[in-house]
Ligand binder design. Structure first.
Ligand code: GCU
Length: 843
């Protein structure tokens, strides 16, 4: 309790040193930046420096040390912390942190204690003359931790601490994260480095980062973490592996994060060496029970199993003509005595559909596989449903399965890792998209049943349910590669806690915590983030067509045609006359009938189907007139131009923040936004060219396919450069690029532009291998140089010139006159032949 002055001094110095550290993004929104404004500091003047935590559990220690660290750092005075009962008197100045049980033991009469739901807390402060107390009174240690983070968040965002106590409760018990980490250390659809948990088949010996991650998750109210890929390693349940997982669970435990595992249903056969994995076979049932008991001996608070089965090549009960319910229930019964749950994924579909069958429809699969099983699951089975019926496209309607499962708990699956939304190289703030899904009112049984209330368990009176997000952080210091992408993880946690929080509230607090409270910073970043989903949708795939990325590959750049003509079923059925999936009941796949009556009627009719879902629901001629009174094809062209134009403003808007935030993150984000602006043009042109060719309808504004500002690389005078065809053809201007075949190559042209100031953009291809060097010379004088050393997705070596690798470099304004000689000089890197697509000269 009585800290020596020296120790207090050390603590303070440590806090200040921490705040002066370079801003590498590792602290994410938990930076606890020192507050220097005296008016703001005065707001917290009465906050007592003594933190009294009544309990003594590891989670309570986490809450206590976090408060001490955060408050000391932000307020610049040393805070102290004590644990356990008997340290504190009602009359002392203190920040009191305790759960109902401790309070009960301590000094409050039972009947006076508030009623709090699990994981909830009450937060308030009061000043009574000489006594100043701030209380975090919680239902349990988890609630104490959430309350501590809330208090810190208020201070970091410079907000007042409530004088009338406020009670906060989570929306639902399941608030989990799925990591798609493989035991070999790779991360499926991970864009921020290798796994923080695993390497070379083992749990990493140093789990400091795993517990840092758990801290981040706890700070936004999350409580569960599935550490391994849904495409689970078949050896996951081997005894030696389980011992290693137990160490991982230990690293997460203090932060109230329960560990769960993805399991493969063939495990009884593969790990247990049984002759079958038929879920109804008695030996299989016994195996799951024994295995589950073994897990709980090692990990007493194990959260449960996540199951992906009968999908994308995974084993499943269908092999034995059993249903998902029969399989899930076996696991559930084994887990029930230990209070564990099964998250059985509704993502079950056949990826060998026949494209030529006009009635085949992947979107139907969730409902077709699960709706008839409603009510047959054990109570501790939760069906984990992706928010849309396909797969995290930039725009989808919500899955109709949510309304169909009325006697089964459900969790909505959202994707923080930006698989189809720019892979953290594009800024796309996904909270508005998730809110669109959560707020969609399915009107099941003719009454209000928004998706959020269904998964909270409110609509159909389910005792459990909630939220899961695929996150896929990695070893990149800042967790998700882009500092801006962290807003999605933060936002996910906030929505899981309270799905009624608005996008504006979420981004505002995130920005303040991540980049500071400078009004210029807050308004600029909020604005950038809030319109980014719409912009991305505009320059990728609008009107509900899907992301239009390369579906059978890495899902990053444009790959329009790749969705069609294969079994994966992300079709949009474009032909020379029209486009869109006919999912109507009248003439299409009948998918629309899976929705409750009112919504089905809205989608079925062209008169009422919203434009932004039109091509998801209907096949229409390109000349179909939208509600906004424009043809489909013209809107497609226009939106792609509008989206790319907005993305082009991003680097300039960001530039305003120079000097307002630390240089390290300023530079990093600037580079990313500059890349995004360039890649948005690649998207725009690829999609527009593809549809112009398919529809044979020109752009009424004459932009598509006409680029008077462009000089094709293959039309320039080369030394050592040779032309090469690019596939898909629409991912290079004119379908061709040039590659350097020597140690040093040049492309030269004589400019004809009228005298004036221009920017010069070079469109080239940056492969993951090598680092080609480029130099621009004007009349033999160097004017710019750069190196193609980006680590764009794919994270694997890919030597293709295509929409994933096409990249843009833009010079600042340069004065040109007719007859100037422009030369691009390039040195190839290893396996990277300094490819060039075109040069654009723009006013
Ligand atoms: C997508 C993704 C896969 C993933 C799958 C899933 O299809 O591309 O990598 O395994 O979703 O959610 O199971």
């Amino acid at each position: 309790m009585h800290l020596s002055r020296t120790f207090q001094g050390v603590l303070l110095a440590a806090a200040i040193a921490a705040s002066a550290r370079a801003e590498d993004g590792h602290e994410a929104w938990l930076r606890y930046a020192p507050i220097t404004d005296p008016t703001i500091l005065a707001q917290y003047r009465n906050l007592p420096t003594q933190i009294a935590v009544l309990g003594d559990t590891p989670t309570e220690h986490a809450a206590g040390t976090e408060l001490q660290r955060g408050l000391t750092q932000m307020l610049g005075r040393p805070f102290t912390v004590t644990y356990g009962l008997g340290q504190i008197l009602t009359s002392s100045n203190a920040i009191l942190v305790g759960d109902l049980e401790s309070l009960d033991k301590m000094y409050v009469k039972k009947q006076k204690l508030p009623k709090l739901k699990p994981e909830s807390y009450m937060l308030g402060t009061r000043n009574n003359g000489a006594v100043s107390q701030t209380g975090i009174i919680a239902a349990d240690p988890h609630g104490e931790l959430y309350g501590a983070f809330r208090l810190l968040e208020l201070v970091a965002a410079n907000k007042p601490i409530p004088t009338t106590p406020v009670t906060e409760s989570p929306s639902a018990p399941i608030r989990w994260v799925d990591q798609w980490d493989n035991l070999d250390g790779s991360v499926e659809r991970g864009y921020a480095g290798r796994s923080i948990f695993f390497d070379a088949g083992h749990v990493r010996p140093d789990l400091a980062r795993a517990s840092d991650y758990a801290r981040l998750l706890a700070s936004i109210g999350l409580n569960g973490l599935t550490v391994n890929n849904v495409n689970s390693d078949l050896t996951t349940l081997e005894p030696d592996k389980l011992k290693e997982f137990a160490l991982l669970a230990e690293a997460l435990r203090p932060w109230g994060i329960g560990m769960s595992l993805s399991v493969d249903l063939s495990s009884p056969q593969v790990v247990g060496h049984l002759s079958t994995f038929d879920p109804l076979d008695p030996t299989v049932i016994a195996w799951w029970q024994k295995k589950t008991d073994e897990i709980y001996t090692l990990i007493p608070d194990f959260a449960g199993f996540v199951v992906k089965a009968d999908s994308e090549g995974r084993a499943g009960p269908s092999q034995y003509h059993r249903t998902p319910a029969e399989a899930a229930n076996v696991l559930a019964r084994a887990l029930a005595p230990h209070h564990g749950v099964v998250l059985y994924r509704g993502f079950v579909y056949n990826h060998h559909l026949d494209f030529h069958d006009l009635k085949a429809d992947r979107a139907r699969a969730g409902f077709d596989n699960f709706a008839s099983l409603d009510g047959t699951f054990e109570p501790n089975v939760i069906i984990q449903v992706k928010h849309g019926p396909i797969d995290f496209q930039v725009r989808e309607p919500v899955s109709p399965l949510f309304a169909a499962l009325q006697h089964t708990p459900q969790a909505i699956e959202l994707q923080t890792t930006q698989e189809y939304t720019g892979q953290q190289r594009h800024m796309v703030f996904l909270v508005p998209m998730w809110k669109t899904a959560l707020d969609t009112d399915l009107r099941a049984n003719g009454r209000g049943t928004p998706v959020k209330e269904i998964v909270e368990g409110k609509s159909f009176h389910q005792p459990t349910g909630g939220f899961v997000s695929v996150v896929n952080v990695g070893l990149d210091t800042n967790w998700l590669h882009s500092p801006l992408a962290l807003a999605n993880l933060y936002g996910y946690g906030k929505l899981a806690w309270n799905p009624d929080a608005t996008s504006e509230q979420i981004i505002d607090t995130w920005t303040r915590l991540t980049f500071g409270n400078d009004p210029e910073v807050v308004s600029t970043i909020n604005e950038l983030q809030l319109n980014s989903w719409h912009t991305y949708e505009q320059y990728t795939g609008n009107l509900g067509i899907g992301t239009l990325t390369d579906i059978i590959g890495i899902h990053f750049g444009p790959g329009v045609g790749s969705a069609e003509n294969n079994g994966w079923g992300q079709w949009f059925r474009a032909d020379p006359k029209g486009v869109g999936m006919d999912r109507t009941v009248a003439t299409g796949t009948g998918y629309i009938a899976q929705y409750p009556k009112e919504l089905a009627a809205t989608y079925e009719s062209l008169a009422t189907c919203p434009d932004d879902l039109l091509l998801f629901m209907h096949h229409v001629p390109y000349t179909h007139i939208l509600h906004i009174n424009k043809t489909v094809i013209q809107d497609l062209y226009d939106e792609h131009y509008a989206g790319a134009a907005t993305a082009a403003t991003y680097p300039m808007l960001w530039q305003k923040l120079h000097g307002h935030i630390d240089n390290q993150r300023f530079d990093q984000v600037k580079a990313l936004l500059t890349y995004q602006a360039g890649h948005a043009i690649v998207w725009r042109d690829a999609v527009n060219d593809w549809f112009a060719t398919m529809s044979n309808i020109p752009d009424a504004q004459g932009r598509v396919g006409h680029h008077p500002d462009r000089i094709e690389a293959e039309s320039m005078t080369p030394t050592g450069y040779e032309p090469i065809d690019v596939t898909p053809i629409e991912t290079a201007s004119g379908g061709e690029a040039t590659v350097c075949k020597q140690a040093l190559c040049t492309l030269t042209t004589t400019l004809k532009e009228p005298a004036g100031n221009y920017t010069i953009a070079v469109q080239y291809f940056d492969l993951r291998t090598g680092a080609s060097k480029y130099e621009l010379l004007l009349n033999n004088d160097p004017i710019a140089d750069w190196t193609a050393d980006a680590t764009l997705p794919p994270a694997v070596v890919d030597l293709h010139l295509d929409g994933h690798t096409s990249t843009r470099y833009t010079t600042p304004a340069i004065t040109l006159k007719p007859g100037d000689i422009l030369t691009l000089r390039a040195t190839p890197g290893a396996n990277e032949p300094a490819p060039v697509d075109y040069i654009s000269i723009q006013r």
